[in-house]
Ligand binder design. Structure first.
Ligand code: CS2
Length: 475
């Protein structure tokens, strides 16, 4: 910490009573759900303080504990910068250090909601089928051990403890970018509970609630330079601020255990009976183009999404994906104009103050491709050369070598398999075929449908490079 700065500390304001446990605390939830919940309590009251848990590493807890779990949220965009200090998190548990403590905290009668941001792979399910992967090492462990490791394991053991204590279940609120995220987490919990205790599974099935959500705010990982930026604005030293764009949208299925939830409607959350049209729009239009721009932009040498779309070729490419490939597969949610939504997305991507790394968005492609790109390709009734090029770019990316011959740091739960498949194939055609044979990512029907155009796109990518391949699609 620079010697001339005072550290950020929690204010003297009374701490809210606890109502929520959050699993998987990262920058996104701190800049999104936590902010909404803090605002809702400020407006409408209620005890919805958050006890947060990291399921893996102690880094966030170690940074936040000395500042009493207060942190700065820096909003940055075309109208400048604003900061606010968020004090809704009152404590944190690092699950591997204290799994029993986390189960007990979730089983506390005060807790009525468990929110989650554990990323796509944290649900330990097979993305192509939605079934819980009982062979996943953490799930295999959690099946027989009452001190869990996985998110589904913590949910099941805590629900088990509540049932034993004669309590009501908590609502499970997934805030991850997955289609039908409520149904996904429900299925993971029920599959695991069924294997542990079928009576418990039956109780969860009838009494538990797993509302679906659509979540949207661009929150890049906080970088070292961001700490200086926040200090310069606030005059205090925050070891773990979060940086986010002005835009936010949270659509929530209004189905909570005994109707118990913060007054989310008072702070702009859309409470609806069917989230599906919103999530399909968001996953395909935002995340679909984000991933496409991430792989192609990275290969073309761009560090961030803003840098990528500053090149008019890539901006036109995004427009083309929206207008001719993605929008035709969607039904607009009531009151939404999809063309205006696309225009707004491009403006958000252009925000130069948000340095969202293409490398960050490229992480975990094997878990992201199905809902971001492949669903559109499955539904499309006309050719989709742009999305097929994006799939080919992912294939080139996971091969681990960029256009200049440099190694790519590929992060993905399947990284080793992807590299092996890529390395053992001799020709481009064989590489595409080998990767398309991964049934957890590409179901038969999709693999067959996209094989020829992805092979052609892969060839263009290898011979001409990413930017020229994008130009080819625009011709
Ligand atoms: C991004 C998302 O990292 C990624 O994969 O596409 O985190 C994206 O920024 C958010 O979904 C925006 O709401």
């Amino acid at each position: 910490m620079p010697a001339d700065l005072l550290p950020l500390t929690r204010s003297d304001a009374p701490q809210p009573g606890l109502g929520i446990v959050h699993l998987g605390l990262g920058a996104f939830f701190r800049a999104f759900g936590a902010v909404y919940i803090a605002e809702s309590m400020a407006k409408s009251g209620g005890d919805w303080g958050i006890l947060a848990a990291s399921l893996k590493s102690p880094g966030t807890r170690d940074a936040l504990a000395p500042q009493g779990y207060a942190y700065t949220a820096l909003e940055t965009g075309p109208n400048g910068d604003t900061t606010q200090v968020i004090e809704v998190i009152t404590d944190m548990i690092v699950a591997p250090e204290n799994p029993a403590g986390l189960v007990a905290a979730m089983a506390d009668p005060a807790i009525r909601i468990v929110t989650l941001t554990v990323t796509e792979k944290g649900y330990c399910h097979n993305p192509a089928t939605g079934d819980l992967n009982l062979e996943h090492p953490d799930i295999a462990h959690d099946l027989t051990n009452p001190l869990p490791r996985s998110a589904p394991g913590f949910l099941v053991r805590a629900l088990q403890a509540r049932r034993t204590a004669g309590l009501r279940p908590f609502t499970v609120l997934s805030c991850d970018n997955l289609p039908h995220n409520g149904a996904v987490v429900r299925k993971a919990v029920l599959d695991l509970a069924q294997a542990i205790d079928p009576d418990l599974a039956a109780w969860i099935e009838t009494e538990g609630r797993f509302p679906a959500t659509m979540i949207d705010r661009i929150v890049p990982a906080t970088k070292p330079a961001d700490l200086d930026r926040v200090s310069a604005l606030t005059g205090t030293y925050d070891a773990a601020p979060v940086i986010h764009e002005p835009f936010r949208q949270w659509v929530v299925e209004d189905d909570f255990v005994d109707g118990m939830r913060p007054d989310l409607g008072a702070v702009g959350v859309e409470l609806v009976s069917d989230v599906a049209p919103f999530e399909l729009m968001k996953l395909r239009m935002l995340n679909g183009t984000h991933s496409s721009l991430a792989y192609l932009g990275y290969l073309a040498g761009h560090q961030t999404i803003a840098d990528t779309v500053a090149d008019p070729v890539f901006a036109d490419f995004a427009r083309r994906l929206w207008q001719t490939e993605i929008i035709p597969t969607l039904t607009a949610p009531e009151g939404t104009d999809l063309t205006a939504y696309a225009d707004a997305l491009l403006e958000r991507y252009k925000n130069p103050a948000i340095r969202h790394l293409t490398w960050q968005i490229a992480i975990d492609g094997s878990q992201k491709l199905p809902q971001r790109l492949l669903g559109t390709l499955k539904d499309a009734t006309t050719p989709c050369p742009g999305l097929c090029l994006a799939v080919a770019a992912w294939m080139r990316y996971v091969g681990g070598v960029d256009e200049k011959g440099a190694t790519i740091d590929v992060r993905d739960p399947l990284a080793e398999t992807l590299k092996r498949l890529s390395d053992t194939a001799n020709t481009g055609e064989d590489k595409v075929a080998a990767l398309l044979s991964l049934r957890n990512i590409f179901p038969d029907q999709i693999a067959g449908k996209i094989k020829a155009p992805v092979t052609a796109a892969y060839h263009t990518l290898m011979t001409q490079g990413a930017r020229a391949a994008v130009q080819e699609v625009l011709k």
